[in-house]
Design a protein around this ligand. Structure first.
Ligand code: UTP
Length: 271
């Protein structure tokens, strides 16, 4: 039912400077494997057949990572190292299902999503934000099941500390569907502590409806002058479109900040 996923990768990664002045944060190794590969594995295991990367000219390194065939062939011919052969096979598998679109100015996540419009085929598609790793349980797989059953959009959610609400998209609940799923009443991008309707935050897994593109085209810049996906989701909810907040069962790791990135490596090494 949901066969396509999109991954926005065109951000500047300022929280990981100076590393990100020369390197794409999504390729930084977490316990020896690029963060992005954990996200790809989650997609493939969830049954996704096509993954669209939104990159920029500055992040061309990400495309090069998957398109380095002549280099691998030369090395493998010389060394016949089984580890390198396996890694190359894995990269070839990923490459077959990845497409690239460009967002050369980081105008916000909403603008990044809009770049994929022409490629999206079905009523719903999955979006994963690569800074947000969820381990121990495949969150995308669980969300796809919910979408299939309830025939609605779904967003991953978790409770965050009240003092931190302004880092996230925060939603209020209309009603409970079951222990881990709620119908969302409203969602606000990065609210102040006073204006936050709760401490339920949206985490980087979304099943979005194709109808989001209509809203994105009209979306004005919001917080920080960026076009946020949350603002268009809010518009859809106002129009009566249902969104479920799914309290995911895995463990959340924040790879977008330096502290979080370091902790992620430690957590994953314990698996
Ligand atoms: P973030 O705003 O959390 O990350 O975007 P960032 O901009 O990369 O990093 P900081 O905040 O400066 O440290 C969430 C995701 O959306 C992508 C980012 O690459 C990241 O994966 N993104 C963000 C885009 O693709 N385009 C944008 O215009 C903004």
């Amino acid at each position: 039912m949901i066969k396509q996923a999109i991954i926005p990768l065109a951000g500047l990664g300022t929280r990981l400077l100076p590393l990100t002045s020369v390197f794409a944060k999504e390729l930084l190794p977490i316990n020896g494997k690029p963060g992005l590969e954990y996200i790809l594995d989650e997609c493939v295991e969830a049954g996704i057949e096509e993954i669209i990367f939104i990159i920029s000219k500055k992040k061309k390194m990400i495309k090069n990572y998957f398109y380095n065939d002549s280099f691998y062939k030369k090395i493998i011919k010389k060394k016949k190292d089984p580890r390198i052969i396996n890694e190359y096979k894995k990269i070839l598998k990923y490459k077959k299902i990845i497409k690239f679109v460009y967002q050369n100015k980081p105008l916000g996540t909403g603008d990044a999503v809009l770049r994929t419009e022409k490629l999206i085929k079905d009523k719903y598609f999955l979006m994963l934000l690569p800074d947000d790793l969820i381990i121990k349980k495949n969150c995308s797989k669980d969300m796809i099941k919910i979408c299939k059953k309830q025939k609605t959009s779904v967003m991953a959610s978790m409770k965050v500390s009240k003092s931190n609400v302004s880092r996230w998209g925060i939603f209020s609940i209309n009603r409970k569907i079951d222990k881990n799923n709620f119908l969302i009443k409203d969602v606000i991008e990065k609210p102040s502590i006073i204006s936050a309707p709760s401490n339920n935050a949206v985490i980087g897994r979304y099943i979005l409806p194709k109808s989001i593109f209509k809203k994105l085209k009209k979306q004005k810049p919001g917080k920080g002058g960026e076009i946020h996906i949350t603002d268009s989701i809010r518009e859809l909810i106002k129009d009566g479109k249902k969104f479920i907040g799914h309290k995911f069962l895995g463990k959340y790791l924040d790879c977008g900040s330096l502290n979080g990135y370091i902790k992620s490596g430690i957590e994953i090494s314990k698996l």
